[in-house]
Design a protein around this ligand. Structure first.
Ligand code: LLP
Length: 418
């Protein structure tokens, strides 16, 4: 969390004190550092300089259009999984010619829209999806550029819910069957076979599973070449992990260097789809302690953020650091469960955390820039938090806090006479 640091006991994001932001904009609030986002992206871009590679930021990690716009200005491409994400990219000024479209269940109208705006490539995940893309393209009088997501059957060594490259997962085409699908695709008039892709999981902290996957993909590329099917790009997906507590994932430059070394001088264009490693540690979720409640068994700090605002702890038992916005000299630390106001036992953001707390304290849940706001819901009819972007000593509201009236938007009573 390089752009977040204590100065004289107060937590800052770049040149802004976070307690000031909480006072002005209220809590819960997501706060992102522009500098941290840009530096994380540039770490990839610099490592790939001169290679003609495409860095397609995975929009699902954080899809706020202000953030997408910052990345678009730096030349990023985008990995999308729905037409909603495509429209966000377009609104943010992203270049459709740098968009790859992933996901196992693309709808015909989504395919049509993506063809109309001229995306770079469809990452196809099944035989049936190939037929759908081919049919929609023919109907539109276009040819779709396609890649096949190959499932290389490697163990990413991550949480089972975010592991995607094993045979038992729903993603991609079994590497042993891929050749058959490639052959079939090569003969279809609505598609142009240009690439091969994989994404083996998320929050990977070792390079070796990526290298194993690359190895298997390269073997398949060579085999296809002997059959006259030429692959011009290789998309290695996202998945590079970040430090939430004491993990030591490789830095993007070390990760890229390892991939480039294995690739040697093969004339393949490389694509990456990083999400978490661009934004996770560029954001925090600010929250306030409402009450302290000590039972015989436990110390609970009831905070104003909940599982609807940040679901990772409840969903994956994910650990995210929780730190005070102001350090306190007096008083003593205790072990606290930080729980939200939602009526579920699973509604916690942290358990058994050693903190020196008082009611009214402001806290930051760290590493909340990825899979934070995007996974937020209105459960318990709670408005979703405001999103703020700090740029040096300025702050911008990039999404307003939802209002109660927003919650009922589109809902209708039945007519009084029925
Ligand atoms: N490309 C594809 C095809 C993906 O499915 C994903 C993530 C990415 C790229 C980006 O992966 P990243 O670089 O962010 O690891 N909600 C979970 C993470 C789900 C990831 C899903 N796919 C979490 O909060 O940990």
């Amino acid at each position: 969390m390089e752009s977040f640091e204590y100065r004289n006991g107060r937590l800052f994001c770049e040149e802004m004190a976070l307690d000031t932001l909480a006072a002005t904009h209220g809590t819960p609030a997501y706060v992102y550092s522009r500098d941290a986002i840009e530096r994380a992206y540039l770490a990839y871009a610099n490592a790939l300089q001169g290679r003609g590679a495409l860095i397609c930021y995975a929009v699902k990690a954080n899809s706020n259009i202000a953030l997408l716009n910052l990345l678009a200005r730096l030349g990023a491409g985008f990995d999308i999984v729905s037409i909603g994400e495509l429209e966000r990219v377009l609104r943010a000024g992203g270049d459709p010619a740098k968009v790859v479209f992933s996901g196992v269940g693309k709808q015909a109208d989504e395919i049509r829209r993506a063809l109309d705006v001229g995306i770079f490539c469809f990452n196809i995940e099944s035989d049936a999806e190939l037929d759908r893309v081919n049919a929609v393209a023919l109907e539109a009088g276009k040819v779709a550029r396609v890649s096949f997501r190959v499932n290389p059957d490697v163990d990413a060594g991550t949480h089972p819910y975010i592991s995607t490259g094993l045979k038992e997962n729903k993603f991609g085409i079994d590497i042993d069957q891929a050749i058959v699908v490639y052959r079939r695709a090569a003969a279809l008039p609505g598609v142009d076979v240009v690439g091969m892709d994989c994404h083996i999981g998320s929050q990977l902290t070792e390079i070796s599973p990526f290298l194993d996957a690359l190895e298997r993909l390269l073997q398949l590329v060579d085999r296809l070449q002997t059959e006259g099917i030429h692959i011009s790009h290789l998309d290695l997906g996202g998945g590079l992990g970040v430090c939430y507590t004491d993990e030591t994932p490789p830095a993007p430059d070390a990760f890229i260097a390892a991939m480039l070394e294995r690739l040697g001088d093969r004339p393949l264009q490389l694509i990456f789809e990083p999400g978490r490693s661009i934004v996770a540690n560029a954001g925090v979720l600010l929250t306030r302690v409402e009450f302290l409640k000590q039972t015989g068994e436990k110390n609970f700090a009831i905070i104003d953020a909940a599982m609807n605002d940040l679901i990772r702890p409840a969903l994956y038992s994910a650990y995210q650091e929780i730190i005070p916005l102001s350090l306190r000299d007096e008083g003593e630390s205790r072990h606290w469960d930080l729980v939200g106001p939602i009526c579920e036992t699973g509604d916690f953001l942290g358990k058994d955390r050693e903190l020196n707390l008082q009611a009214g304290d402001l806290l930051a849940v760290c590493s909340a820039g990825a899979y934070g706001f995007v996974m937020a819901s209105n459960y318990n009819s709670r408005p979703r938090p405001v999103e703020l972007m700090v740029d040096d000593n300025q702050v911008f509201v990039i999404r307003e806090r939802e209002k109660i009236s927003d919650l009922m938007q589109g809902e209708q009573l039945l007519p009084g006479d029925c």
